[in-house]
Design a protein. Sequence first.
Length: 269
Amino acid sequence: MVAVIVGVGLLSGCGTTFKIPKAAKSEVSVASQMFKDARSNTARTILSSTAAENRFSRVMLRVKPAGQKVCEEVTSDIKNFICDVDISIDTKMSVRNAYFTYRKGTPSIRMSMPLLQDTESDDEVAFVMSHEFGHLIGRHIEKQKKQALTGAIILGAITAYGNAYSASAGTYYDPNDVVRGMEIGAAIGGKSYSQTYELESDTLGTYIAQLAGYDPVKGAQFFVRPENTRTSAGKLSFWGTHPPDEKRLATVLATVNSIRQNGGLLKSK
């Protein structure tokens, strides 16, 4: 029991760095209607690869400096934090997707050509790109690694204790249970804040997209399309790793209003 309580506390310590604005009733109502409208809009035009690449290039030229500016301002107290992000098209990816990762220590944002071809506006590309920038600023990869390790240690310890008790009582125990317990614990720990991190990235992405001169509300509608959460190969799609719901739109609306009221300053917790 103590291990479980300690574990919850440790996992809680890996939460968000920035406040996610709470949406007012009016913002929730507007988001709900926007969500319904977006879900019913299935008519889209697929861009040519040339048009998609041109859209990516002109958006990247505005979003990258805006994202770097926000990143440098809010991480100024973190030694050697890298805000210079390598942003490019993942030409090998055949499905619609975008992601943030590290390549040889360099923060990188990748967007696939199929995703770019399926966007309806520069605003959509800008918001997706800015959202991925938010994962860097929120340090989500580092935090998820810590959570996975914490989850593995906790569940592994609980399983080991159960096995030790079974052995002392003379009953059967499986020595492989500890390994399985650590694997399950790592999975649980790694996912414990995924939804919160998505909303934090939406919040940060809203600041970046608006600073770059784009409309984050229009851009965020790319996330709420009526799409399958898995690809034809059975893997999670972009909408599987970025769950579409009304809360996302409400968070973006609340952030836009917060920028208007507070001059666009991010408020750390």
